[in-house]
Design a protein around this ligand. Sequence first.
Ligand SMILES: Cc1ncc(COP(=O)(O)O)c(C=O)c1O
Length: 430
Amino acid sequence: MNRSPTREVAAQLDASDPLADFRDRFYIPEGQIYLDGNSLGLLCRDAEATLLAVLQKWKTGGIGGWLEGDSPWFTMAESLSARVAKLVGAEADEVAIANSMTINLHQLLSTLYKPETKRRKVLIDAHSFPTDRYALRSHLRLRGLDPDENIVIAPAGDSRFLDEAEIEKALKDPTLQMALFPSVVYTTGQLLDLERLCRAARANGVIIGIDMSHSVGLIPHALDEWGADFAGWGHYKWLNAGPGAVAGLYLNRRHFGANGFVDAGLAGWWSVHKESMFEMSDEFFPGLGASALQIGTPAVLSMAPIDGALIPIEAAGLERMRAKSLAMTEFLMAAIESELEEFGFQIGTPRDPKRRGGHLSVVHENAQAMCLALRARGVIPDFRKPDVIRLAPSPLYNSFTDCWEAVQALKEITISRGFEEFEAAHALVT
Ligand SMILES: Cc1ncc(COP(=O)(O)O)c(C=O)c1O
């Protein structure tokens, strides 16, 4: 930030924002400054329309919807894969739209994890999201392996951020079979150098997977170029496809079998080749590419909004979205520092834009009560234990003025100590 942050500077930045018009396509809850795009993105008119179109088709055509009209449900996942693949830097047949993020992780572990006597450990980071750890631990137990003996946690280093150099060292362990890291750490908002980690994993013969929940739909990725083995993500955060939207996964084609067939670890009738699905054969014909990792009938109503939610992202372009997102988190950091300097707030996200994801973590001992007080004033952040306020402005529907107003609200509750009345509240803060 060259200029000190003020309300006027925010207004000037808004006036020259090339993405400003996208805001009108979204339903912004009345009276709210919504800064929770990394938890649940807002509904846009395009996503509403594609969901309503599926309902209409069901209403008027019943079962015909599976094969008739535009976007037949039978191949909806494949049409979406081709578009989502562009966001993650993959080919269409390496991406599947299916299941939930957690189920996809189980599916990818079931398909790719091949423990050998010497090589069977899995490396994760110290800040991994609970579902990743729970899924991994339960998967190892299912394989008859002790999770405590077979999960290695890469040393976190001294700072609150993960250190890629430490992870690189940890990847040299010859007993590792697999590694799993986030693209963006959900607490701190740190963006990892995924290219570097993928290179190190490959050099050491370790299969590497990435939980991209906090970056898909916001940050450009190059999974094929980096040589990642697998990835998984949800579509309800930055991609704005709605609560519980069907998730995505990536399987690098080096894991495809002969003629592109993939033998899913967790199989169902949607894992077989589409052409032989209705033969109802006793014999299993594996499906093609990543789409073989679907398991059963897709949740069409939870998939339909992805179709529309992609429209503003494709129109805005990830490069421009990333540039605005970084400018907003930079503005927020500068405003917090200049407006709240004496009140014990700390920036808990890397300042280097190359290491920063889409949200800003602000650390304060009263973070939980402050989040509740902010919500009561219509500013929607979220809280992560023990002391993190996450502020996640979306480049599609937030403005620099939103960021300025959020910092002013934080200043007001801090100076007036208006947060104190929320200190005893045991409300669930999502
Ligand atoms: C990093 C990360 N992974 C996974 C998940 C959740 O996965 P699922 O959609 O299966 O609940 C979240 C949810 O917030 C997340 O932040």
